[in-house]
Each structure stands twice: as structure tokens, then as C-alpha cells.
Design a protein around this ligand. Structure first.
Ligand code: KIV
Length: 290
């Protein structure tokens, strides 16, 4: 029932001809997913960025398929309309078509995603074709490939040389040829992103790729300022939640230590407790047992 209301891969592809921008954002749990959807996101990505912003690693490489599945299941419970994309983590699809098929199938069946994303170009075109033929929509990802951070020597702008720019454009075309329904373009010059966007028939979704893409994606913790001190040029902080959370916890800590919280308005006496339902986590009403 619910899935019939969801934004589909063909609808996303169709945004391009309608001139409608694609809004993608990451989420890793049901609460952020619900807020992202309420804010109007078309696509919610459970990125392997979870390795850095949730697990605290310095790269995405330690993230496992089970980790991504766990977070996808949580995010899926927060969505009723936005399209859910699950990232295929490091070495979960490069070995063979068979490996890619088996792991993408787990993301669909166990993680409840509607599509999968994988990094690479010509080198993964076979896998993209196999997944697409099996009915699993694929989001391509070219430019900076964080899973190749050791090979490229860091999280840096790609496509600085003409040779690299031609390769990235050819990779984008190969992914579309293989069936990708949209493409993430990460950390490339805006001119290259504009060229790819005009040459491929599917939406391009940029992060650090300038304004000429057909859509944009940001990591939700970054755009909410929760990753304080992380201020790359491509990032816009839409709310200073890092500061807000720190200040809120500090106020709470002070009030607990001073005996100000909980006050009478946050406490229930025996005489008023009889028939009252007690709202607990996430607004779920739990009947009193006493
Ligand atoms: O892992 C991730 O969150 C991503 C986005 C930044 C595109 O790949």
C-alpha cells in the first residue's frame, strides 16, 4: 500500500524533461527521515557516509552491508513518499555481477530500499546492467569516489586535467548506457558538471559540482551544522544545530545539577496518575500500568 505512494525511479528520471530539480538528502534513522520527507526531499539516501557521520570513522571504507541494511530499515520506517536509496558499501559490488546482484537484493529485501547507489564508471557498467535487468534501479556516482580515497590521495576535487574530465564524462555516459536512472556527481568543476548534465538524458545530482546539475544532495548532519568545524566550500549550513544542541544539553545539565529540572509541570503525583496515558518516545502513547 505505502509503496504505491512513493516517488519511483522513472518519476525521478522524468523530472529532467519537466525541468524539475531533484532534491536528495541523506538520513540514517527514522526521525531524520521523517523530517527530511516533511521538508520536501524527493529522495533520501542512506549513504555510506554513515561511516563518518554516524560511526565516527575517518572514511567510508569500514562500513559493511549489514550496517547499511540496518540504517535503511530504520529510515524506511520514517518515509511514506520519498524515494529511498541504499548505498552499496566498499567491495560489496566490484567483485562480480553475481556479488552485486546478491548484495543489492539484500538491500531491497531486508533494507526495503527502492534503488541502490554504487560508485564507479565503465568499471561497474556490467554490474549496473545486471542490476537494472533484474529490476533494481541504480543511481550512478562519478567524480570523487570516496570508496577510492586511498587511490586518489584524499577527498579532493576531481577532473582537474583534460584527460580526467574526458574519463569522467565517458564514465557518466557508460553508466547511463548500462541503465542508471540518475547520476550523483561529486566534487568536480562546475563546467564539467554542466557538460555531463547536458549530455546525459537522466538527472545529475551534484554535491560539490556547482549549480548546473539537475538536482543536489547534501549529508544531513553537515547541512544542519552538526559536524562543527567541517566547512568545505561546497557546503551551505542551513541551521546551526551543532551549537543549538550543545547549548540545549548545557542548559539541561545546569538545570539537573541545580535541581531545577524536572519541575512540578514535568512530574506526576499519585493522585493525578489514574487514567492518564503516558506519551513516551516518538509520541507513542503507552497506557499506565498503575
Ligand atoms: O555516502 C553518501 O552520503 C554519498 C553522498 C554524499 C552522495 O555518497
Amino acid at each position: 500500500m505505502g509503496s504505491l505512494k512513493k516517488i519511483t525511479a522513472p518519476q525521478i528520471t522524468g523530472y529532467k524533461s519537466k525541468g524539475r530539480k531533484v532534491v536528495m538528502i541523506t538520513a540514517y534513522d527514522a526521525t531524520f527521515a521523517r523530517l527530511a520527507e516533511a521538508g520536501g526531499a524527493d529522495m533520501v539516501l542512506v549513504g555510506d557516509s554513515l561511516g563518518m557521520v554516524v560511526q565516527g570513522h575517518d572514511s567510508t571504507l569500514p562500513v559493511t552491508l549489514d550496517d547499511v541494511i540496518y540504517h535503511c530499515r530504520a529510515v524506511s520506517r520514517g518515509l511514506s513518499r520519498a524515494h529511498l536509496v541504499g548505498d552499496m558499501p566498499f567491495m560489496s559490488y566490484k567483485v562480480s555481477r553475481q556479488q552485486a546482484l546478491e548484495n543489492a537484493a539484500r538491500l531491497v529485501q531486508e533494507g526495503r530500499v527502492e534503488s541502490v547507489k554504487l560508485e564507479g564508471g565503465l568499471d561497474v557498467a556490467d554490474q549496473v546492467a545486471a542490476l537494472t535487468s533484474a529490476g533494481i534501479p541504480v543511481v550512478g556516482h562519478v567524480g570523487l569516489l570516496p570508496q577510492s580515497v586511498h587511490a586518489v590521495g584524499g577527498f579532493k576535487l576531481q577532473g582537474r586535467t583534460a584527460v580526467d574530465r574526458v574519463r569522467i564524462l565517458e564514465d557518466a555516459k557508460a553508466l547511463v548506457q548500462a541503465g542508471a536512472f540518475c547520476l550523483v556527481l561529486e566534487s568536480i568543476p562546475l563546467e564539467l558538471a554542466a557538460a555531463i548534465t547536458s549530455e546525459v538524458p537522466v538527472p545529475t545530482i551534484g554535491i560539490g559540482a556547482g549549480p548546473h546539475c539537475d538536482g543536489q544532495v547534501l549529508v544531513i548532519y553537515d547541512m544542519l551544522g552538526m559536524n562543527e568545524g567541517f566547512e568545505p566550500r561546497f557546503l551551505k549550513t542551513y541551521a546551526p544545530l551543532g551549537r543549538t544542541i550543545r547549548e540545549a544539553v548545557a542548559a539541561y545539565a545546569d538545570e539537573v545539577r541545580e535541581g531545577v529540572f524536572p519541575g512540578p509541570e514535568h512530574s506526576t503525583s499519585l493522585s493525578e496518575s489514574k487514567s492518564e496515558a503516558l506519551p513516551l518516545y516518538g509520541g507513542v502513547d503507552v497506557p499506565r500500568t498503575h
